[in-house]
Design a protein around this ligand. Structure first.
Ligand code: NAP
Length: 295
């Protein structure tokens, strides 16, 4: 029996809305002589990283943010990377910057993140930002991907308040910070959160209880239709490169016949991630200008 297909949550369109609002805020800053600027540090020549940074720079240009890419060779030492971070911390023209992950093995991710000035940490990955966000303090920049997921739910009219959110994957970039953010006592959160991982017993028992199911694993086919409660919202965060192109963790064609709403891959969470990086950059510029900023 064919069910009613799920509503597709169009991340591209929602990101377009966010970007239009950001362009307005950038215009306000530029009128006051402030040109928002984002720098991206790229270490080595990892092709996907180069593509991600290129997409971020293009998105910056679309909303009027200046951007700069700083390339370091794959053989750069940790000291060289830290030196670039220090100079960006001190550069008055740069309001925010990111160090694109992954880094070569010899460079400690933690050492680099500890060196980034929290007021310029628009990726929201430094320990200071993580701590502030966990405390529910708006001074902390929210990490772009979980921030994008929350923004996407809000703009789609999908309430998290009182909802059971089940997140599959407890990575530091997505699952773990999203769990912390959605458990906050805030109108944009107030969810009851279950965080699943490889040691979770009977994963399907948990996922079937979800009002909102988030897959952030990095393995195609992790979420099948029998694991989804009819009418649930399904957010597929993963970007898996396969011979058939980019796919998520969710068995999209089958799950869309069960779910109430679902994000596609590509065109779901990805564009929102980029939009929220820009949002953090504009907020960083507003804060430096002495505005309260909207984080
Ligand atoms: P990660 O750090 O590698 O974490 C993956 C998580 O998935 C781990 O917690 C792991 O559990 C869990 N896991 C793996 N296999 C599982 C299984 N069979 N059942 C249940 N849990 C399982 O990854 P990440 O950095 O958080 O990223 C997750 C995905 O999101 C990746 O595909 C990445 O490409 C994507 N991503 C997308 C965006 C975007 O903008 N769209 C941004 C960032 C990341 P253990 O902890 O037990 O090992």
């Amino acid at each position: 029996m064919a069910g009613v297909s799920a509503r597709i949550i169009d991340g591209k369109a929602l990101a377009g809305q966010v970007r239009a609002e950001l362009a307005e805020r950038v215009r306000g800053l530029v009128e006051r002589g402030i040109q928002p600027r984002l720098a991206a540090v790229l270490v080595g020549d990892d092709e996907p990283s180069r593509i991600y940074v290129g997409a971020k720079q293009k998105a910056c240009a679309d909303v009027g943010i200046d951007s700069e890419r700083i390339d370091l060779s794959g053989s750069a030492s940790q000291a060289e990377v830290l030196e670039v971070v220090r100079s960006l911390n001190e550069d008055p023209r740069t309001h925010g910057f990111i160090v694109q992950l992954p880094l070569p093995d010899r460079v400690s991710e933690l050492a680099v993140q500890l060196a980034i000035a929290p007021e310029k940490d628009v990726d929201g990955l430094t320990p200071v930002s993580v701590g502030l966000v966990a405390r529910g303090d708006p001074a902390g920049f929210q990490p772009a991907t979980p921030y994008g997921i929350v923004e996407m739910l809000v703009r789609s009219g999908i309430a998290t308040e009182g909802a059971h959110v089940v997140i599959v994957g407890r990575g530091q970039l997505v699952g773990m910070p999203l769990a912390v953010m959605l458990a906050q006592k805030s109108p944009r959160a107030n969810a009851t959160v279950t965080l699943c991982h490889t040691r979770t017993r009977d994963l399907a028992r948990h996922t079937r209880g979800a009002d909102i199911l988030v897959a952030a694993v990095g393995r195609p086919g992790t979420i099948t239709a029998d694991m989804v409660r009819p009418g649930a919202t399904v957010i597929d965060v993963a970007v898996n490169r396969t011979d058939a192109g980019l796919v998520g963790d969710v068995d999209f064609d089958a799950v869309r016949e069960v779910a109430g709403a679902i994000t596609p891959v590509p065109g779901g969470v990805g564009p929102m991630t980029v939009a929220m990086l820009l949002a953090n950059t504009v907020t960083a510029a507003e804060r430096r200008a002495g505005d309260a900023g909207r984080g």
